[in-house]
Design a protein around this ligand. Structure first.
Ligand code: G4P
Length: 537
C-alpha cells in the first residue's frame, strides 16, 4: 500500500493496534465521572485525585468554561483523555453528563470503537442508558457492561443480568462475578479462573481504594463460606445457560461481557481496564460513503465528530474534534476537507481534556485531536491527505422539540444569521428553514430541551443577537420528499408542516403527535415518511 507520510506503514499499524478508543455511557449519577477518575488514576494520567469534574465540590479540570455550565453545575463539553495501560494507549472520549445533550453524546459514539455501559446496581437499567445503548447498537459499537456501586445495597446480580437480556436484547456474559450481595461485597471471582478469589477490604473513612488480597479457592471457601459457594453456583448457572464469551459475538453486538465493582473504592476497575485492552477492538478499516474502505495503514484521514466553540472565553476560539481513522496525523500538515475539496493547515492541534490543552505533534488511528480555529469545519466532515476519503454522514437523531428563533432586535439581523449558521455547523441544534418562514425565523429542532438554553445563551453572549424562542407544538419528525411535502401542504393539516434541514437539505415533515401522523399515513399510505434515528428503544 502506498503511503507517502514520513512514518513507516508498519509503525502506523503497530500504533493503531495498541490504541483502544472508548467512551462510558450511563444515566446521570451512575458514576461515570467517578469511573473515569478511577480508570485514569489507575493509569496515572491524572496525578491528583478528584481531577475529573467539579461536581459535588470536587476540584474540576473539566469544562468550567461556560457560564451556563457553571450555573447549572453540569458538563456540556466533551473531549478525550489519553492514558497508558499495559503498553497500550487508551483514549477515553468523554460524553456530556446531562441527558439533554444526548445528541452530542450520540455523535461521540461514532468516534469510538467500544463503549462501557455503566449501570448503577441499585437502579438497574435507566432511561438514558437504554437510549445510549440503542445508539451503540445502531452504530455497531460493541458494549462492555460494568455494574457499579456494588458496595451499596442494590438488586441481585441475576436479576440485573435478566434485565439486560430482556430489555436490551443482548446476552450478558459475566467475566467476573461478585462474591457477597450488593451492600456486602466480599470480593470478585473471575469466570476464567475460579481457583482464585480477589478479596477487597474497605479502608475506613471513605473513598479510598479498597485493599485487594488474593486467596485460593480453598481459603475463600473456608473464610467466606456461603458467600463464596453461592457466587460459584450463580456464576455456573449463568455460564451454563448462556453461550459463553465469544469475541466475534461481542464485536457483532450479540453479547456483552459483564463486570461488577465499585468505581468509588476502585473495586473491579483494573479488571475492567484490562478487558478494554484485551477485548475492545483496535481501530480498524472504516467504510467510505461511496463504498469501499479506508484502511488503517493508508494516509491520514479523520472525522470531525464534535465542534466546541468558546471553550476559552478569553480567546473566543472554536475547536473541531477529529478522530483519526487512518494514517498518521502530524501537526502542521495540510489536509483536505472532503466536503469542499479545500485544504487547510493544522498548525494548532491539541489534545483537550477540559481546561487542559497539550499540543499534539503526532497522532495515530484512534486518537482524538482538537483543531483550534478551524472555522471551515462542520460536524461530520472528513479530512484526509492522499487518496480521497469521505466517510458516511453522521446520523441525525430524531428531534422532539421545536421552536422558532427570532432576533429581539431586527437591526442585528447580520449577527443573528451568523449565529444561527454557526450553531447549525456545530450541530448545537438542527436548523430547519422554509420559504414561508423566511431567514429571520428559522425553526430550531432539538433532541433535548436544554439545547435551547445553550442557543439562547450563545446567541446573546457570543453573537450579540439576543433572540426569542417560541415553542412549536410539534413532537415528531419524519423524512419526506417533494411529493410528501406537496401532499402535506394540500392536506391542510393544522398541526403539521414540512421544513428543510439546512445541514443536509433533507425535507422533514413535522407532526404534533403520533395521532396526527397516523391519521395522515392512513389517508396517504403511498407517501414517503421515514423515521429518523430514534434513541428510545
Ligand atoms: P455521573 O458522572 O455518572 O453523574 O456520576 P458521579 O461519578 O458523579 O457519581 C454520582 C454519585 O455516585 C456520587 O456521589 C459518587 O460518589 C457516587 N458513586 C460513584 N461510584 C460509586 C460506587 O462505586 N459506590 C458508591 N457507593 N457510590 C458511588 P454523590 O454523593 O452524588 O457525589 P459526591 O459528593 O460523592 O461527589
Amino acid at each position: 500500500m502506498s503511503n507517502e507520510q514520513s512514518v513507516p506503514v508498519t509503525q502506523v499499524l503497530a500504533e493503531a493496534s495498541r490504541r483502544r478508543t472508548f467512551a462510558v455511557i450511563s444515566h446521570p449519577d451512575a458514576g461515570k465521572s467517578t469511573l473515569t477518575e478511577a480508570l485514569a488514576l489507575h493509569a496515572r494520567a491524572i496525578t491528583s485525585a478528584g481531577a475529573v469534574h467539579a461536581k459535588g465540590g470536587r476540584r474540576g479540570v473539566t469544562s468550567d468554561w461556560m457560564e451556563l455550565e457553571r450555573e447549572r453545575g453540569i458538563s456540556v463539553t466533551s473531549a478525550a483523555l489519553q492514558f497508558g495501560h499495559r503498553e497500550h494507549v487508551m483514549n477515553l472520549v468523554d460524553t456530556p453528563g446531562h441527558a439533554d445533550f444526548s445528541e452530542d453524546t450520540y455523535r461521540v459514539l461514532s468516534a469510538v470503537d467500544c463503549a462501557i455501559m455503566l449501570i448503577d446496581a441499585a437502579k438497574g437499567l435507566e432511561e438514558q442508558t437504554r437510549k445510549l445503548f440503542s445508539v451503540c447498537r445502531h452504530r455497531g459499537v460493541p458494549v462492555i457492561t460494568f455494574i457499579n456501586k456494588w458496595d451499596r445495597r442494590g438488586r441481585d446480580a441475576l436479576t440485573l443480568l435478566e434485565d439486560i437480556e430482556t430489555h436490551l436484547g443482548i446476552t450478558p456474559v459475566p467475566v467476573v462475578w461478585p462474591v457477597g450481595v450488593a451492600g456486602n461485597l466480599r470480593g470478585l471471582v473471575e469466570a476464567a479462573d475460579t481457583e482464585q478469589f480477589r478479596r477487597y477490604t474497605k479502608v475506613p473513612a471513605g473513598t479510598h481504594a479498597a485493599i485487594e488480597e488474593l486467596l485460593t479457592a480453598d481459603e475463600a471457601a473456608e473464610q467466606e463460606g456461603e458467600d463464596w459457594t453461592n457466587a460459584l453456583e450463580e456464576l455456573e448457572l449463568v455460564l451454563s445457560s448462556g453461550p459463553g464469551y465469544d469475541q466475534e459475538a461481542f464485536e457483532a453486538g450479540k453479547i456483552t461481557p459483564v463486570f461488577f465493582g465499585a468505581a468509588l473504592t476502585n473495586i473491579g476497575v483494573k479488571l475492567l481496564l484490562d478487558a478494554v485492552v484485551d477485548l475492545a477492538p483496535a481501530p480498524a478499516a472504516r467504510p467510505l460513503a461511496n463504498g469501499g474502505h479506508r484502511e488503517v495503514a493508508e494516509e491520514f484521514s479523520g472525522v470531525v465528530f464534535k465542534i466546541q466553540a468558546n471553550m476559552d472565553p478569553a480567546h473566543r476560539d472554536r475547536i473541531a474534534f477529529v478522530r483519526v481513522c487512518s494514517g498518521v496525523f502530524e501537526r502542521g500538515m495540510n489536509v483536505t476537507r472532503a466536503a469542499s475539496g479545500r485544504s487547510l493547515t493544522t498548525k494548532y492541534a491539541h489534545t483537550v481534556f477540559g481546561a487542559e490543552r497539550t499540543v499534539v505533534e503526532t497522532a495515530y488511528p484512534g486518537d482524538v485531536v482538537g483543531l483550534i480555529n478551524a472555522a471551515a469545519l462542520r460536524v461530520g466532515d472528513t479530512l484526509f491527505t492522499g487518496r480521497k476519503a469521505e466517510f458516511p454522514p453522521l446520523p441525525a437523531f430524531a428531534p422532539e422539540y421545536f421552536a422558532v428563533a427570532r432576533p429581539k432586535d431586527i437591526s442585528r439581523s447580520k449577527q443573528f444569521r451568523r449565529g444561527v449558521s454557526q450553531l447549525d455547523e456545530e450541530g448545537v441544534v438542527q436548523v430547519l428553514v422554509s420559504d414561508r418562514r423566511g431567514e429571520q425565523a428559522p425553526v430550531m429542532a432539538a433532541v433535548g430541551p436544554m439545547q435551547f438554553d445553550v442557543v439562547l445563551h450563545r446567541m446573546e453572549h457570543e453573537f450579540s443577537s439576543p433572540i426569542h424562542l417560541d415553542r412549536l407544538s410539534y413532537q415528531l419528525a419524519r423524512k419526506t420528499n417533494a411529493e410528501g411535502a406537496e401532499a402535506l401542504a394540500k392536506a391542510r393539516l393544522t398541526d403539521s408542516e414540512v421544513l428543510t434541514r439546512r445541514s443536509d437539505q433533507a425535507l422533514l415533515a413535522l407532526f404534533a403527535d403520533k395521532w396526527h401522523l397516523n391519521a395522515f399515513q392512513r389517508a396517504k399510505p403511498e407517501i414517503y415518511l421515514e423515521p429518523l434515528i430514534a434513541t428510545a428503544d
